[in-house]
Design a protein around this ligand. Structure first.
Ligand SMILES: Nc1ncnc2c1ncn2[C@@H]1O[C@H](COP(=O)(O)OP(=O)(O)OP(=O)(O)O)[C@@H](O)[C@H]1O
Ligand SMILES: CC(=O)N[C@H]1[C@@H]2OC[C@@H](O2)[C@@H](O)[C@@H]1O[C@H](C)C(=O)O
Length: 402
């Protein structure tokens, strides 16, 4: 028998596991690395974040990803080369982190590697009658991570979700449900990444099948692209200062919000394939605002992100929802975006997941550690019957180091 299979069986029987969660999101800012101690599984899961860092990507890495990222046509050779190259890069970055943290690789049980989404194609978005299915593609092959680190690696989490009837995203509902449900309040976990998404959690003890997560539209992706186009030296609008200095252009805002994604029922998913500079440019052309200044464009896009969230929330919970909202992701650091959200969700309280003891920037990497823990030690995560697109599945393909 392969000794790694015996090791895997042992890991699954341990009372706790040390798992590294890896996430590289749509912002392409870097690799999030979360070293977690996960105790138990299922509703009894307890997680301690031992270490966390975001290793920034170099311009070379970013450019290599951008060459295929969210593009309909790419060089097949580049794509093929990028798959193992990213796996190897992520393995080296993990090893560097472990060295810095003085943790030997032999003391880590598992790696949970999301990889890099390069194309997300839910059926409602691609609308191809010849391919009546949802699809998504993540690069950074898990075998390379496993062999180079010597650590059993789970990767490619989203395919099973699609096989089970979902769109492959958002997967946040599973981790949020296990780690952040509360007996005393209904919660909304709002992640403001490149794309914004939220999880609704009923109180524990209430019907878990009402829990779900959904994308809401752009988070930072259009803000970042606009800043880069006007000020190539900047990665993003720090603390939303440029947006705060601008005025919302109501015509442009209306044209942006015209897209049917915003009125489609939740749960739904999307990506930078749709919310791209081309989408912004079309709306600008329609409203003769191609020459609008940077500050006003950012103010309008910030409003659009906040309204995308508010619309999805009101669609799901009615006109004046009163929910406890906990934010995470890079956009939670943007005071201009936070203020817009508070204006559009006046009945909701806004805090970050820090108030729940979870580091907001680490939440997505932690999610994958939780999913790997369930795949190895738990049962398929079930939020009960009834909610389409939260299928009861265990996720992650297993790569053995030898
Ligand atoms: N201080 C700040 N002020 C304004 N914006 C910020 C700040 N810090 C981070 N951001 C925004 O957050 C982005 C990074 O967010 P995050 O790391 O959550 O994205 P991601 O994980 O790549 O996205 P996704 O969740 O869609 O995969 C940055 O590109 C920037 O737009
Ligand atoms: C296909 C894909 O990678 N989707 C990401 C992306 O980034 C944010 C949003 O769009 C979310 O749907 C998802 O990631 C998180 C981790 C999720 O699955 O919950």
């Amino acid at each position: 028998m392969n000794p790694y299979l015996i090791r895997l069986a042992q890991i699954s029987q341990q009372p706790s596991r040390r798992i590294i969660g890896l996430m590289s999101g749509t912002s392409l800012d870097g690799l999030d690395v979360a070293l977690c101690r996960v105790q138990g599984h299922g509703p009894g899961t307890q997680l301690e974040l031992e270490q966390f860092t975001t290793v920034p990507y170099s311009n070379e890495v970013r450019e290599r990803i951008r060459e295929v990222f969210a593009r309909e046509q790419v060089s097949l050779e580049h794509l093929t080369l990028l798959h193992p190259w990213l796996g190897r890069l992520h393995a080296h970055l993990v090893l560097e982190c472990l060295r810095e943290w003085h943790v030997p690789a032999s003391e880590v049980d598992l790696i949970a590697s999301h990889g890099q989404t390069i194309y997300h194609a839910p059926q409602h978005q691609h609308q191809r009658p010849d391919f009546p299915l949802n699809a998504t593609l993540q690069l950074g092959d898990g075998d390379h991570v496993a062999v180079l680190t010597g650590i059993i690696t789970l990767s490619d989490f989203r395919q099973k979700h699609i096989a089970g009837g979902g769109e492959g995203a958002p997967l946040a509902a599973y981790g949020d449900y296990l780690l952040l449900s509360s007996a005393t309040e209904e919660r909304l976990l709002l992640n403001l990444g490149g794309i914004a998404n939220f999880t609704y959690l009923p109180r524990t003890g209430q019907d878990a099948s009402t829990a779900f997560s959904t994308d809401t539209g752009p988070g930072n992706t259009l803000l970042d692209a606009t800043v880069r186009a006007h000020r190539p030296a900047l990665a993003y609008d720090e603390d939303g200062r440029l947006a705060a200095a601008g005025h919302v252009h109501l015509g442009l805002l209306a044209a942006l919000l015209e897209h049917p994604f915003f009125s489609a029922p939740v749960p739904k998913t999307t990506g930078p394939e749709l919310f791209s500079p081309a989408y912004l440019y079309r709306a600008q052309q329609l409203t003769a605002t191609t020459a609008l200044g940077l500050e006003d464009t950012l103010a309008t896009l910030t409003e659009c992100s906040a309204l995308g969230v508010a619309r999805a929330v009101t669609q799901a919970f009615g006109d004046r929802p009163e929910l406890a909202v906990y934010m995470s992701g890079g956009g939670a650091h943007n005071p201009t975006l936070r203020a817009a959200l508070q204006r559009h969700l006046p009945g909701c309280s806004l805090a970050t997941t820090q108030a729940l003891g979870m580091l907001p920037d680490a939440k997505e990497a932690i999610l994958f550690a939780v999913l790997a823990n369930e795949a190895v030690a738990g049962q398929p995560v079930s939020l009960g019957a009834g909610r389409q697109r939260v299928p009861a599945v265990s996720m992650g393909k297993i790569s053995l180091p030898g």
